[in-house]
Write a protein that binds this ligand. Sequence first.
Ligand SMILES: *Cc1c(COP(=O)(O)O)cnc(C)c1O
Length: 435
Amino acid sequence: MHQFSYVGNKLHCEGVDLAEVAALHGSPTYVYSAATIADNYRRLAASLSGLDLRICYANKANSNLAVLRHFANLGAAFDLVSAGELQRVVAAGGRAQDSVFAGVGKTEAEIKMALEAGVYGFHVESEPELERINHVAGRLGMRAPIAIRINPDVDAKTHAKITTGKSENKFGIPLKVAAAAYAAAAKLPHLEIRGVQMHIGSQLTTVAPFVEAVKKVLPFVLELKATYGIQYFSVGGGIGIVYEDALASGAQAWWDGKAEGERPLTPEVYGATLQPLLAPLGLKILLEPGRFLVGNAGVLVSRVEYLKRGSGRNFIILDAAMNDLVRPAMYEAYHEIVPLARDSARPALVADIVGPVCESGDCFAKARTLQEVREGEFVAFMSAGAYGYTMASRYNTRALPAEVLVSGNRFELVNTRESFEAMVASERIPSFLKS
Ligand SMILES: *Cc1c(COP(=O)(O)O)cnc(C)c1O
């Protein structure tokens, strides 16, 4: 559920009319709902309340400092994949000491920074990485807390680019050689074996792959507890959200109207299914959700620049492009697109919805039916709170979009639209080109 809905015919985020945000801050602009983020977080925490649980919000889904502070206030820790993300958490006032550091390519500098920040666990993806962490910790006279990422080789049944738990993916260490990797870690003097981790993929809409993966690694987790006295098991992130019916799924009635087998995964089902498997372990359980917590808590507001009526094909050309929201171009992802001002008197229009970037791939939707829109009107991309702004680029020298956070009737700019000066601030013309 989420807090985007029409009040009368005007699309609101909580108590704020999105047209007001667009009028004040322009477009394209990401708008996030603080209440939706809090509700998602609390529902997930409540669904696993019988466990010694720590939710480590996966920063990469949406790492705006305001969003990170909101999570810190809610009691979350963080899942980090770079030094930059660690610095963001510290800058936002989040607790690095409760957070975990993941990723297949940690550099020496990143390991050093994470050790000095006192992260709770390094999630190690290879044996050479164990050696490197040991080496850096030794140099600093420290012991690095580690957990090895197990690749359980299950099919998450999601898009190939966001599947991570199959043996052909670059992530983790196969279960059959994991015992040897832990034995190798135990021999390294500057490591402390603290946990075990897995993450099988993103945008999972059924609980079955999670169950399969947890069941597959459980015996090994118990073995690690007996051998090394590990403290925690991180089951990763990956809970999916609703994209197709994104607007309607804001209301409880939409969920209630679905038959048991057709309802997308809810945190309640996730928790009720996994809790009985995890509770007997007697370990701290870490979750690393990203998309689930913020995905349906954000929209991208964009202006209609042109309506181009072609022979046999109409194009709605927006001021947002693939550089602002790359998911459709990159993953063939679906985003529901709705007008900020609904008008039932308008005829329906079938159109390709595209951005202004010089790439055929800069297409958000093909042959989409929506209410006829006119130049200067605004639309919203639903479910754009995760992997939206964080994947944005400056392609075509387009400035990074603005970001706004809503809470109740209030809204504030939490990231200014980038200026041209900021875009080129670090670029230089070398002396040998200056005549
Ligand atoms: C990306 C990632 C997550 C978050 O995935 P979501 O699908 O957004 O929940 C969690 N853990 C790891 C290790 C990741 O790489």
